[in-house]
Ligand binder design. Structure first.
Ligand SMILES: [Zn+2]
Length: 268
């Protein structure tokens, strides 16, 4: 029991610290900057952050969200990403170990992979929102997680292969049709690659849930936005911001959604 509590606390703390590092990755990777140098500093006054200015969450609270030196406001996005990553790691723990829900079979490999996938998806979400671009490094990490999951054989390998083909194929076909009909790009190649690598990790059934959730949420929100921006007919929108939450829901609850759906057709 004590070991389990320690493991949960450790997961939360490391999740928070990794969240802090993700802030650096999200800012620097799209600019092709080194992730290690220069050390963190205030973008306004160049004040170099001391170690005690860099404690995840706590420093933000103690400094009341302002730079220690020039008092410029620090974006609330930093603690939000730290907390989000911590929450996602906790959910990964809940999903893959019997520490919180005793009926779940513990699988440490899937726990570790799910943490990596969640953190990477958080970066994809922010980078696509900021720059309308998904750096290839994130796609590679997701692909690697998918391959390790594929080799671990925890679900049938063919399930993951179909997931890969369906994820990439569905969005690829959609992009092709959109291009043929509208003569312009409707979906970026980055989104297609993202769905393919996610399909490998999620498997056949969960990627269907992810496709449905992302296309429905995307269609509704993008329709509202394009009605608002009538003047800008060909305005582009970051579609991965719909794929990421859909993928997270599919990882967490995909199986329940599939079972519920299938139960509607079950013979009583
Ligand atoms: Zn400053």
């Amino acid at each position: 029991m004590l070991v389990q509590v320690a493991f949960i606390v450790l997961t939360l703390l490391i999740g928070l610290c990794v969240g802090s590092f993700l802030n650096v990755v999200i800012y620097r990777l799209p600019l092709h900057m080194s992730l290690l140098k220069p050390s963190s500093h205030c973008p306004n006054c160049e004040y170099k952050l001391k170690w005690y200015d860099n404690i995840p969450l706590l420093s933000y609270i103690f400094l009341k969200g302002r730079c220690r030196n020039c008092k410029t406001k620090i974006s609330s996005r930093y603690p939000i990403i730290e907390l989000s990553n911590m929450a996602l790691w906790f959910l990964a723990l809940m999903l893959n170990t019997n520490y919180i829900i005793p009926s779940i079979t513990t699988n440490y490999l899937m726990f570790a992979l799910t943490c990596v996938v969640f953190s990477t998806l958080l970066c994809v979400f922010c980078c696509d929102l900021d720059n309308m671009e998904i750096p290839d490094e994130f796609q590679l990490i997701l692909l690697l997680c998918g391959i390790i999951a594929f080799l671990s054989n925890d679900i049938s390998a063919s399930y993951r292969t179909y997931g890969f083909l369906l994820g990439g194929g569905f969005f690829g076909l959609f992009a092709l049709l959109f291009w043929l009909i509208r003569k312009r790009e409707g979906l970026g190649f980055g989104d297609i690659k993202l769905m393919a690598v996610l399909g490998l990790f999620l498997g056949f059934e969960k990627i269907i849930v992810c496709i449905i959730l992302s296309t429905i949420s995307g269609a509704i929100i993008l329709s509202i936005l394009s009605l608002k921006n009538k003047g800008e007919k060909n305005k582009e929108y970051p579609f991965a911001t719909f794929i990421v939450p859909s993928a997270i829901i599919s990882i967490l609850a995909g199986q329940y959604i599939v079972n519920w759906y299938l139960s509607l057709f079950a013979v009583v």
